[in-house]
Design a protein around this ligand. Structure first.
Ligand SMILES: *[C@@H]1O[C@H](CO)[C@@H](O)[C@H](O)[C@H]1NC(C)=O
Ligand SMILES: *[C@@H]1O[C@H](CO)[C@@H](O)[C@H](O)[C@H]1NC(C)=O
Ligand SMILES: *[C@@H]1O[C@H](CO)[C@@H](O)[C@H](O)[C@H]1NC(C)=O
Ligand SMILES: *[C@@H]1O[C@H](CO)[C@@H](O)[C@H](O)[C@H]1NC(C)=O
Ligand SMILES: *[C@@H]1O[C@H](CO)[C@@H](O)[C@H](O)[C@H]1NC(C)=O
Ligand SMILES: *[C@@H]1O[C@H](CO)[C@@H](O)[C@H](O)[C@H]1NC(C)=O
Ligand SMILES: *[C@@H]1O[C@H](CO)[C@@H](O)[C@H](O)[C@H]1NC(C)=O
Ligand SMILES: *[C@@H]1O[C@H](CO)[C@@H](O)[C@H](O)[C@H]1NC(C)=O
Ligand SMILES: *[C@@H]1O[C@H](CO)[C@@H](O)[C@H](O)[C@H]1NC(C)=O
Ligand SMILES: *[C@@H]1O[C@H](CO)[C@@H](O)[C@H](O)[C@H]1NC(C)=O
Ligand SMILES: *[C@@H]1O[C@H](CO)[C@@H](O)[C@H](O)[C@H]1NC(C)=O
Ligand SMILES: *[C@@H]1O[C@H](CO)[C@@H](O)[C@H](O)[C@H]1NC(C)=O
Length: 661
């Protein structure tokens, strides 16, 4: 045990360090330059507030009379502990603080909902600072941490006056990192003429920052059962090790395995801060039932049981973490639990050859259960991943067995769910619904058997688009960017890049720009008319102010921009093998890269009617395959290569030029 831990420590603490190069992309990085942030603007004033503007310049402001308030705007999503100075108070002076992500819920009487969903939006209430105020420097108690907000309202709650200054927020997320802007990866559309240029770069950084805001100290989870109203407590233990990646910043502040699958890819391409994902996985594995192999599908204090799809996402997350980190030592130590967890799912495959879902918990969709195509697609991915993981541990017989099972399932999946007339997969054997989740996942997990089939799905998915994005038929009236991220990847994988760009513009363009959100991090979900509301399986009682405005599961585009548009991915642990397959998507030049413990991986390409020019930089000792997006005469490092658009390259620096004929 001790040697294993020591080896892991050595393995993970001796990477070749390379931060991303600096450049014009840095201005898109939303992470604050300091862990202490200050308000950027006065959003609103009511009653008698003198010199409010001073609060932006570390001067004093005075609130007089019961109900007078000032609303401060931090300019973007932040989270943590508010401090302020009390410069002058009377024995009767008192104030209260209230918080909200959306400006729609600014109120001196209550915060937006984080503790419970509550149709009256009154549960959380305010944080009172009661008379007599005896301190000159106040900081919120730690259990009252507010994990996500943009607007802070300070209201006088007595007839007296109070003079305050030095209002700040000590950022609580990414507790293990001093310099929040110290990214290891970057992405930049240098083609500034493109209508997508700034938007795509901004979106990449928005997803990265979103995941930073959901990387929290393990002892700052959301309390469950909730704090008594009015109030909220964020001092629950959310993981067995710290820090940990959770679902949302404001709420729910708990581990969810499907959310983690999206977040870990975002972490990898932006900060390479993936230990928080390993801690999330270890937390779920630590609660595995040794008899049945079942794990909870959310972390503590929820530890909810009963989701076959999330059981499979935990296994897929394990693969993600090992692929990016190369941490085979951790995999080996988890392998006994991992295989039991996989067997739990295998036991649900009956004589039809399909998995029969009995644990119906899922991402919020309706109709889960029985021979469901989404669940079978996710299980298929868990099987193909398990074959790779077993191979990496040299369990070749087991790997072959998993691969055989996967192949059999692929055949059954297509026989059972494919509809020739619709050109899409059905939700289940008898359904007339063609869901966004199963169809998107089938394309990206390679359950399709031809490019034509994948393309037909890509086209079919657009039937549910409106001006705000792609509405999920399996969760009517709802736009779910978690599933939207899979749809986005499906358009790229099927070669429909223009569709991918259009979906980004509609769905993520809406989230980033709408004035009812925080214009920095990404919404959990919203209704098909763009209003704030994320429907849950228990019906339409999910109050709009409960919706999270910073949810890691919506950050899919960050990794997709790196993996598909830039085209750079790793195909074995730490990038010992890699792939470069740019999707130019109408852009003329893009650059970016990331690091792994092996070193720096970077790509720069430019494209016009006559030439495609690309430089690739990867560590010595690695090798990869390059799929060129255009046909023509290929020069590699100045030497003629021929007309083949698939190249095998060794690590190092290479320049590739393609001249169309
Ligand atoms: C801002 O204050 C004005 C009155 O001063 C009020 O009408 C308005 O509703 C307030 N808006 C918010 C968002 O608090
Ligand atoms: C302040 O006003 C609120 C309602 O407007 C009231 O409930 C409260 O008692 C008042 N406080 C004082 C100290 O007058
Ligand atoms: C703001 O002023 C107070 C004194 O009034 C000082 O203690 C504090 O350090 C100042 N903060 C900043 C950010 O300058
Ligand atoms: C930035 O991150 C790298 C690791 O990727 C680390 O070596 C370096 O010390 C960090 N720099 C700062 C200023 O935090
Ligand atoms: C959370 O804080 C509340 C209020 O101070 C306290 O009663 C409770 O014991 C704390 N819980 C934990 C797990 O520390
Ligand atoms: C495996 O599961 C058991 C609970 O069944 C847990 O005690 C143990 O910590 C887990 N081990 C690993 C490495 O996940
Ligand atoms: C698997 O086998 C290869 C070749 O013998 C060896 O280099 C590698 O270290 C082994 N991997 C593990 C995890 O044992
Ligand atoms: C199949 O899907 C439909 C929705 O299209 C749903 O109403 C039905 O309950 C599902 N069947 C099973 C067995 O879950
Ligand atoms: C997709 O699956 C087929 C087998 O069904 C396999 O031949 C092919 O290599 C797979 N493609 C990828 C990219 O894994
Ligand atoms: C290709 O790109 C490299 C690096 O950006 C540049 O130095 C070179 O001049 C370009 N070549 C052509 C033919 O455009
Ligand atoms: C192109 O190159 C790849 C990789 O070297 C090779 O597998 C493939 O057979 C080549 N195709 C043609 C048409 O030469
Ligand atoms: C690739 O080029 C960069 C500078 O552009 C250099 O720092 C690095 O050492 C080169 N890598 C290799 C393997 O030659």
């Amino acid at each position: 045990m001790f040697l294993g831990a020591l080896f892991r420590l050595l393995l993970l603490s001796t990477p070749i360090i390379c931060a991303a190069p600096s450049g014009p992309w840095d201005q898109f990085n939303l992470a604050p330059g300091s862990r202490i942030v200050h308000p950027k603007a006065i959003h609103n004033l009511s009653g008698t507030v003198e010199n409010a503007i001073n609060l932006l310049a570390n001067g004093s402001a005075t609130l007089s009379g019961n109900g007078s308030y000032v609303t401060l705007d931090f300019g973007q999503e932040v989270g943590g502990f508010i401090s302020l100075n009390f410069d002058e108070v009377t024995p009767r002076s008192s104030i209260a603080l209230s918080f909200t992500e959306s400006p729609l819920f600014i109120s001196p009487l209550t915060s937006d909902d984080s503790a419970v969903q509550d149709a009256n939006m009154s549960y959380d209430g305010v944080l009172p600072i009661t008379a007599p105020i005896e301190t000159t420097f106040y900081t919120m108690p730690s259990y009252r941490l507010r994990g996500g907000f943009r607007y802070l309202t300070l209201v006088s709650t007595s007839e007296s006056y109070v003079t305050i200054s030095n209002v700040s927020c000590a950022i609580s997320f990414m507790p293990h990192v001093e310099d929040l802007r110290n990214y290891t990866g970057y992405f930049y559309v240098s083609d500034t003429e493109s209508e997508y240029a700034d938007f795509l770069t901004r979106l990449w950084y928005s997803g990265a920052y979103t995941v930073q805001t959901v990387t929290i100290a393990a002892d700052t989870g959301r309390k469950d059962p909730p704090a008594p109203s009015p109030g909220w407590y964020n001092n629950a233990t959310a993981a067995t090790a710290s820090p940990v990646v959770v679902d949302g910043a404001k709420r729910g502040r708990a581990v969810w395995s499907a959310d983690m699958h999206v977040a870990v890819a975002t972490e990898f391409v932006s900060t390479n801060d993936i230990i928080p994902s390993r801690n999330a996985l270890s937390t779920l594995f630590s609660e595995l039932n040794q008899e049945t192999g079942q794990m909870p599908y959310s972390g503590p204090p929820l530890s909810e049981q009963g989701s076959d799809t999330y059981q499979a996402w935990t296994l897929i997350g394990t693969y993600d973490y090992v692929l990016y980190s190369g941490d085979l030592t951790w995999l080996e130590s988890t392998w006994s639990n991992y295989t039991k967890a996989l067997q739990f799912l295998a036991n649900k495959v009956d004589s039809t050859g399909l998995l029969y879902v009995t644990g119906t918990g899922d991402w919020g969709r309706l109709y889960q259960g029985g021979y469901n195509s989404e669940a079978n697609a996710i299980y298929y991915k868990a099987l193909t991943n398990s074959a790779d993981l077993a191979n990496w541990l040299n369990y070749t017989t087991l790997a072959a067995e998993y691969a055989t099972n996967a192949l059999a399932l692929k055949t059954r999946f297509n026989d059972a769910f494919w509809s020739d007339s619709k050109g899409m997969y059905r939700d289940n054997l008898t359904s007339t619904l063609y869901p966004q989740d199963a169809n998107s996942l089938a394309v990206i997990f390679n359950l399709t058997t031809s490019m034509e089939q994948a393309s037909s799905i890509s086209e079919g998915l657009t039937r549910h688009w409106n001006e705000y994005g792609s509405v999920a038929p399996e969760l009517p009236d709802t736009i779910a960017p978690f599933i939207g991220g899979f749809e986005l990847a499906a358009h790229f994988v099927s070669g429909n890049d223009a569709r991918a760009m259009e979906l980004l513009r509609l769905e993520w363009g809406y989230m980033l720009n709408t004035s009812i959100s925080v214009q920095s991090t990404l919404l959990e979900g919203y209704t098909s008319n763009g209003s704030l509301y994320f429907r849950s399986t228990d019906g339409y009682d999910y109050d709009a102010s409960f919706t999270s405005h910073s949810h890691g599961w919506s950050s899919g585009p960050t990794a997709s921009l790196t993996f598909y548009v830039l085209g750079l991915t790793v195909t074995s642990p730490q990038g010992e093998t890699w792939s470069v397959a740019p999707h130019t998507s109408g852009l003329s030049s893009v650059q970016g890269g990331f690091e792994t413990p092996l070193g720096w991986f970077g790509v720069e390409w430019s494209s016009d009617d006559d030439t495609f020019n690309m430089t690739i930089s990867t560590p010595e000792g690695t090798n990869g395959v390059v799929f060129l997006p255009t046909d023509g005469a290929v020069l590699i490092d100045g030497s003629e290569y021929g007309d083949n658009s698939t190249l095998l390259l060794d690590g190092g620096n290479h320049t590739i030029l393609v001249q169309s004929r």
